[in-house]
Design a protein around this ligand. Structure first.
Ligand SMILES: [Zn+2]
Length: 508
């Protein structure tokens, strides 16, 4: 792979990010970090969607100029992402000039292709969804998502000839079976396309908050049409920027399952109309619920990701989200499950192993573990198998399986130490070489497991590498280092427990 361009959905800024929003950014971050670890030049884009009427209203409620309100929210979003260790390379806001340039250029290309025409829209519009609704979309006359009555609007609009792209889209799906994943989403979208596509309104009349249509200054570009274009405007599309040639098409759009229609029907049709390449893949992840409910302020089901990050650092939360939920499916968060996993995965398992190996290496070998003269034992085979499964899983975005592969090596190392009992062998001096070999092999298994865990737990995995004597500066580790005996002999480091147990300490 010569390059990897990954994006997430851009967020409405009418409220702070909750755990559901954070789930998307963290999982995309893990994929981006994995690609960097694999040595692939990677560009990771995130951003904020600011041209929503809800944002405009929220700002007005607070007595703020909408732009000033968006500036303030940008600071809050960036702070959350920083505290969760999300490593985006670029952050776009749809009020930026580069975005206006990109939107204007794309809309003009689509119009030049004959795919925009003037019409009259009369129908429902849910302000909370920021979406035009058809009668068949409503339940008892209400928006099924927001349980509110949509507005009936009548206005002059400009329409995009989406209907023209039904067959080209079907052809594209047939030729690119991996375009939309997981398969359940692909099947939903294929049904939508096969059911026939109506042209869509792409403008709103008489509004000031948004990007004016280049050929009708009285209208602004509909917020969704505007938002999708961020993926290319951020690369300088329309400004002749070489970043666009370098990075487009996107390798992967990571989005929530509720917005696949926008990303997998409308967006590819827009790109086809403009004569641009389509993204290679779109992944529609599931939702993280809290007590079975979608996170919502009014239902009191919001989990603030910073609550976990401020108590335990970001890594236990990141690992939890990957280990607990199959990527692509929904999951339910609870603090009880979080604490259980923290204790079982980190305090009792990985953290305990790191402490034991550093303590025994210091006690029996003065902290020095040379590469043994004897042939590598069974852990070397477990490590090779774990690395292979990990890579296969990560390449398929099966994040939960990838973490299970890394943990299979941690578990094997724990079992190996229990079975070989180096503390007993160490009582007899003639066993010195055997004891040193056992400890080296466990340290080596931990080194390789830590490399595999770097995308999930960047700071903690780097700390494990330091303690097992295999530190590298900055982001110096590569997946290619996850090979037995690749790091040579080492000096281990004994330090405080990395993850003290939550709740009552169990006597060992
Ligand atoms: Zn709605």
């Amino acid at each position: 792979m010569s390059k990897f361009f990954i994006t997430t959905a851009i967020d409405y800024v009418n409220s702070r990010p909750h755990l559901g929003t954070a789930y998307e950014k963290i999982t995309a971050d893990v994929i981006a970090r994995y690609m960097r670890l694999a040595g692939v030049p990677t560009h990771f884009l995130m951003g904020n969607d600011e041209h929503s009427l809800n944002v405009f209203r929220r700002a007005t409620e607070q007595g703020l100029d909408p732009k000033a309100y968006c500036d303030q929210m940008e600071r809050e979003f960036r702070e959350v992402w920083q505290r969760l260790d999300v490593s985006f390379d670029d952050f776009i806001r749809t009020t930026e000039e580069r975005h206006r340039v990109g939107v204007t250029a794309l809309v003009e290309r689509i119009r030049a292709a004959g795919d925009i025409y003037e019409g009259h829209y009369e129908g429902w519009y849910c302000n909370s969804c920021e979406a035009f609704k058809q009668e068949k979309d409503l339940v008892d006359g209400l928006c099924p998502v927001h349980r509110t009555k949509p507005d009936w609007i009548t206005e002059k609009n400009h329409f995009f000839r989406l209907s023209k792209y039904q067959q080209p889209l079907l052809d594209h799906y047939a030729q690119h079976p991996a375009f939309l994943q997981p398969d359940v989403r692909r099947n939903e979208i294929l049904n939508v396309i096969q059911g026939g596509l109506d042209d869509i309104s792409i403008s709103r009349a008489g509004q000031a908050w948004g990007i004016p249509l280049p050929f009708d200054a009285q209208s602004v570009v509909y917020v969704w049409f505007d938002a999708l274009i961020n993926y290319i405007s951020a690369l300088g599309f329309g400004a002749g920027d070489e970043a666009f040639d370098r990075w487009w098409p996107a390798s992967l759009h990571v989005i929530g399952k509720d917005i696949t229609r926008f990303h997998c029907v409308i967006w590819p049709a827009m790109l086809m109309s403009a004569g641009l390449d389509l993204p290679e893949r779109v992944f529609g992840h599931g939702f993280v619920y809290f007590k079975g409910e979608k996170m919502s302020k009014s239902l009191g089901t919001i989990v603030d990701p910073l609550d976990a990050a401020s108590k335990f650092g970001p890594d236990p939360l990141r690992l939890f989200l990957l280990r607990e939920f199959a990527y692509g499916q929904d999951g339910d968060f609870s603090w009880e499950r979080f604490e259980d996993r923290y204790n079982s995965d980190l305090a009792n398992n990985l953290g305990n192993l790191v402490s034991r190996i550093a303590t025994m290496a210091e006690k029996y070998c003065g902290g020095r573990l040379p590469v043994p003269a004897a042939e590598p034992g069974r852990l070397a085979h477990v490590a090779a198998a774990a690395v292979a499964s990990y890579r296969a899983a990560m390449d398929a975005f099966a994040l939960q399986d990838a973490m299970a592969a890394a943990y299979s090596l941690v578990d094997a190392a724990n079992l190996f130490i229990t079975e070989t009992e180096p503390w007993k062998l160490a009582k007899d001096e003639t066993n010195a070489a055997r004891v040193a070999q056992i400890l080296y092999e466990v340290a080596e298994a931990l080194r390789i497991a830590a490399i595999l865990l770097l995308p999930a737990m960047p700071a903690s995995a780097a700390e494990i590498l330091r303690r097992v004597g295999a530190p590298k500066p900055g982001a110096g580790h590569r997946l290619g280092d996850a090979v037995w005996n690749a790091a040579g002999g080492r000096v281990t480091l004994k330090a405080d427990a990395m993850w003290p147990r939550i709740g009552e300490a169990k006597k060992k």
